[in-house]
Design a protein around this ligand. Structure first.
Ligand code: PGA
Length: 249
């Protein structure tokens, strides 16, 4: 049985005070209604605050990005060792905003994935097609390419301690989520791609859906057999809304 996971990707939002307020509100939401595992991914600057404020709670902390290099003269970068050191459990790698705006290619994403695991944290590997790719009918080819880049260098065994997030680029921050059927189709494809190498690892792999998840659509998305939770952007910045998404999972 895969334990559901809901992760909030806060992106570059909030001040230190707002972060503390949101975290304190999230702690209040904990209770019997929420059975899924819950993680929050604040900006780097507030990771230590988050770890401290969530110390007594079951909420996990994740980072939104990491440097692929272990240490050295890389001005402005943050290493996996540092993220582990401050108390992160998860690290998002390959988010479409990183791929598009910061020109991260599949090979760099694969190296980041491995850097995270080398420090015993869990990568949340984001994959997803653009609108143009979906309309051209190449969604599965794109997802396969993104997955295979990691499979090739890390091996299938690495997916025993990883999470995959399917995030169609056209659904991110647009208010236009994939339908539950569209999500299920791609999630099943992802699981199939992994099971082509190892059935058991595929069966245990958590695959999250991301892209305009909100309280109003979470339950029907999470009802699909291969959707194991969500990676939530905008709606994770409002504690009540996020709490309802977590409860739906
Ligand atoms: P969104 O973002 O929920 O605001 O669409 C999701 C994400 O980018 O992870």
């Amino acid at each position: 049985m895969r334990k559901r996971l809901v992760a909030g990707n806060w992106k570059m939002h909030g001040s230190r005070a707002e972060t503390a307020k949101l975290l304190n509100e999230l702690v209040q939401l904990e209770g019997p209604k929420i059975k899924a595992e819950v993680a929050v991914c604040p900006p780097f600057a507030y990771l230590s605050d988050a770890v401290r404020l969530l110390k007594e709670s079951t909420l996990q902390v994740g980072a939104q990005n990491v440097c692929a290099e272990p240490v050295g003269a890389f001005t402005g970068e943050i290493s996996a060792a540092m993220l582990k050191d401050v108390g992160c459990r998860y690290v998002i790698v390959g988010h479409s905003e990183r791929r598009t705006l910061f020109h991260e290619d599949d090979q760099l994403v694969a190296r980041k994935f491995m850097a995270v695991q080398a420090h015993k944290m869990v990568p949340i590997l984001c994959v997803g097609e653009s609108l143009e790719e979906r309309e051209r009918g190449v969604t599965e080819q794109v997802i396969a390419r993104q997955l295979d880049a990691v499979l090739t260098v890390a091996g299938v065994a690495a997916f025993a301690d990883a999470v995959v997030a399917y995030e169609p680029v056209w659904a991110i921050g647009t208010g236009k989520n994939a339908t539950p059927e569209q999500a299920q189709d791609v999630h099943a494809f992802i699981r199939g791609r992994i099971s082509g190498r190892d059935d058991k690892i595929a069966a245990g792999l958590r695959i999250l859906y991301g892209g305009s998840v909100k309280a109003a659509n979470a339950a029907e998305l999470f009802a699909k057999p291969d959707v194991d939770g969500g990676l939530v952007g905008g709606a994770s910045l409002k504690s009540e809304e996020f709490g309802r998404i977590c409860a739906a999972a």
